[in-house]
Design a protein around this ligand. Structure first.
Ligand code: SF4
Length: 334
């Protein structure tokens, strides 16, 4: 059962932004050279809290694939697939739902936090589908015998839940499933333009990988700076300025230090500082935008990537399903 399979993915609920790039995408581009990589567009999972907005989910499936291709995910190395096109995942979810209790799901810290954040959608009573999404996630992981799952700290309870399901399955039916290991992402979470700890669509504080030059400039010009600076000669504090924070990400180390020094000495104007940052971000994202434009102009090429990836993923999941059914004595008439 020794293998080196990695599973990652995203819920297609919006385009990907620079927070995603530094938080996971850049890492995935490296990992695709080292591991057999599966990347899931988790449309079924996206529907658990967007069941009333199927158009949004459908539209973003393609947007996310374009984002993947633009950052350098190589379909010859990584398998990109659509979750709902692998019915074996749904089937595994049903089998695994016998191996987890409602109480255990309700205690899962990640699920608890998310339910609290979705009060507006769920009111006082959460859906069966949303409460059970960690079970579906266990099916995603085990369908491909993935042994390594790169995650942020807040997702560790989901992997623990999956490990419990795997152990229970293997102890009842025999050693069929691989117990995955969570690998904590070393990348840091990128703050929003407004200084919020999280960058997100709903917060309106994100720069998207697909943003145009004009959009990037407009967003950077509205970023939160040191509020005490009125004129250029005011002594500034770059530690409380989001423009300085982003210079640290997109500008070279020396340049960043120069930005901070000039700001502190009152030798740098905020408008010029923002324009410089906007240009650096535009240049950083330029190759991604160009790659995206290439694929946007060739939709049939993108279709082929998705179809071939999904076929490959399905054949792997089918093999797992055969083993699972055999172990569960459900292999009738074989
Ligand atoms: Fe921020 Fe630059 Fe203005 Fe300093 S000069 S407060 S770093 S925008």
């Amino acid at each position: 059962m020794e293998n080196k399979i990695i599973l990652t993915g995203d819920r297609p609920t919006g385009r990907l932004h620079i927070g995603h790039f530094f938080g996971s995408l850049a890492n995935r581009v490296k990992l695709q050279d080292e591991y057999e990589t599966y990347i899931e567009i988790a449309d079924v999972q996206a529907l658990t809290d967007n069941f009333n907005n199927p158009d949004k989910v459908r539209k973003n499936v393609r947007e996310i694939v374009l984002d993947y291709l633009s950052v350098g995910i190589d379909p010859n190395k990584a398998t990109i697939f659509i979750q709902s096109m692998i019915p074996e995942i749904a089937e595994l979810t049903v089998f695994y739902s016998n191996l987890v209790t409602i109480a255990r799901l309700e205690r899962n810290p990640t699920v608890k936090t998310e339910i609290a954040q979705k009060k507006e959608l769920f009111g006082e009573s959460v859906t069966y589908g949303f409460l059970g999404y960690p079970v579906s996630q266990a099916a995603d992981i085990t369908a491909f015998h993935a042994s390594i799952i790169p995650v942020g700290e807040d997702q560790l309870p989901l992997i623990e839940q999956c490990r419990e399901i795997v152990r229970k399955f293997n102890s009842i039916y025999g050693e069929v499933l691989v117990e995955p290991e969570a690998v904590l992402s070393k990348s840091k979470r990128i703050k929003g333009l407004d200084g919020n700890e999280k960058m997100g669509k709903s917060l309106g504080n994100a720069i998207y990988l697909s943003d145009s030059e004009e959009e990037i400039t407009k967003k950077v010009m509205s970023a939160v700076t040191d509020p005490n600076r009125i004129k250029k000669t005011d002594l500034g504090n770059p530690d409380i300025c989001m423009v300085a924070y982003y210079h640290n990400l997109f500008t070279g180390k020396e340049e960043y230090e120069k930005v901070c020094e000039e700001c502190r000495k009152g030798e740098r104007g905020c408008v010029a500082c923002k324009k410089e940052l906007a240009n650096n971000i535009i240049e950083f994202l330029r190759p991604m935008r160009e790659k995206r434009a290439y694929y946007e102009a060739r939709p049939e090429e993108v279709d082929k990537i998705i179809i071939q990836g999904t076929e490959k993923a399905r054949s792997k999941a089918k093999q797992t399903m055969e083993d699972v059914k055999k172990a569960m004595k459900l292999d009738y008439f074989n």
